[in-house]
Design a protein around this ligand. Structure first.
Ligand code: PEP
Ligand code: MN
Length: 376
């Protein structure tokens, strides 16, 4: 059960304490207060966990400060929309807003390699006003003999460069709990010149201890990537692990699923699930066309297949794109063949904005159509 408080309610004020006092008569029901910063208001929700069937909804509904009370099913308790009863969960991090309407492109190399390459990349991004990057410092690789990333050693200079070029958020994969600590320490030592979104890679999509670790801190938002061999339901449940630990600043990322049916692409593109995730959950949705397609093949219309896949996701309402760019893909230590180059950047940004415009037009058309249908 969730009690949604009115927007102007002080979480420390008399209304909340009155509610908590009332709920004390149900000793097995635990309460958890969530303050979520939305784009335009601070929403506070009280979660009731445990046997809530005896808790009278109508009594709570009539108490001061309560906007509405929602009984939620056991599925996706915190991240779920529960049949449209709950609003989306938006959040702001380091000046950037993430919700089911926002739109950001996170670009950069698969793995951080040289300072020169990282600087060249960021400099170009700054020229296009892009303040959101992807940079892998810790890389999970299929072969133990492949480059595993520079780890914490590269963090000081990556963060310093990000500050220099106005990068506000870097999506950075973490493989174990200590990596969160290393990132936190490096950011603090550098004076927080940028922010980090902790990325859970597809290989760790059901590493429940890691999910709990990113969920039990609330400094950094989380970019959760769908498990390559998991159903959507399994991946959304994994996401629920993060939220259930307290951190609901999560973006859900579709990145393709592994099956030979996707050949010759690296994975089968699953971007038809963008609207599904937006319907079932309150989370912003990201697409990763790079790892879905996995090759830099050009279609006969002169458009890269990666662009085509990105367009499918954006036209369907994706809120974020995670995409690999490298100034010199032939030198990249990881995933060079699928990286776009700086020469592709202008084309990509323009192509994406066409798709985003198309999505907005489609959304406006749908809203006009539903008005007409209601009136007729
Ligand atoms: C990545 O984004 O660098 C990555 C490794 O992606 P995935 O976990 O989806 O394979
Ligand atoms: Mn990669």
């Amino acid at each position: 059960m969730i009690i949604i408080l009115k927007p102007d309610i002080d979480p420390d004020g008399s209304e909340v304490s009155q509610l908590l006092a009332y709920l004390k008569q149900f000793p097995d029901v635990k309460t958890k207060l969530s303050g979520i910063k939305g784009t335009s208001r601070v929403v506070s929700e009280i979660y009731l966990i445990g046997p809530t069937h005896n808790v009278p909804k109508d009594v709570l509904q009539s108490m001061p400060g309560v906007e509405r009370v929602v009984r939620v099913s056991s599925k996706y308790r915190q991240i779920g929309k529960h049949g449209g009863q709950l609003d989306e969960l938006g959040f702001e991090y380091n000046g950037i807003v993430f919700n089911q309407n926002s739109f950001h492109i996170f670009m950069g190399p698969c793995a951080v390699d040289t300072l020169e390459n990282v600087e060249t990349m960021m400099k170009h991004m700054a020229e296009y006003g892009i303040a959101t990057a992807r940079m892998g410092a810790y890389k999970p690789r299929t072969s133990p003999y492949d480059f595993q990333g520079h780890g914490k050693n590269c963090l000081p200079w990556v963060f310093e460069l990000a500050g220099k070029y106005g990068i506000k958020v870097i999506a950075m994969e973490v493989l174990k709990e200590e990596h969160i600590e290393e990132i936190h320490n490096a950011l603090q030592e550098a004076g927080n010149p940028t922010g980090v979104m902790l990325q859970i890679g597809t290989r760790n999509a059901q590493n429940f201890e890691l999910l709990k670790a990113v969920g039990s801190q609330d400094i950094y938002p989380v970019l959760y990537k769908r498990g390559m061999g998991l159903t959507l339901e399994e991946s959304l449940n994994a996401c629920e692990y993060i939220a259930s630990e307290g951190n609901r600043n999560i973006v859900f990322c579709l990145r393709g699923v592994k099956t030979r049916l996707g050949d010759p692409h690296r994975n089968l593109v699953d971007f038809a699930h963008v609207p599904v995730v937006k319907r079932l959950t309150r989370l912003p949705v990201c697409i990763d066309p790079t790892h879905s397609v996995g090759t830099k093949d050009l279609a006969p219309d002169g458009i890269y297949e990666i662009f085509h896949a990105a367009s499918q996701g954006v036209v369907a309402g994706a809120n974020m794109i995670l995409i690999e760019f490298h100034p010199r893909p032939e030198e990249a230590l990881c995933d060079g063949p699928q990286a776009l180059t700086l020469q592709d950047m202008d084309h990509f940004i323009q192509d994406v904005s066409i798709s985003r415009r198309a999505y907005k037009e489609r959304r406006d058309l749908a809203s006009r159509m539903s008005l007409t249908k209601m009136q007729s």
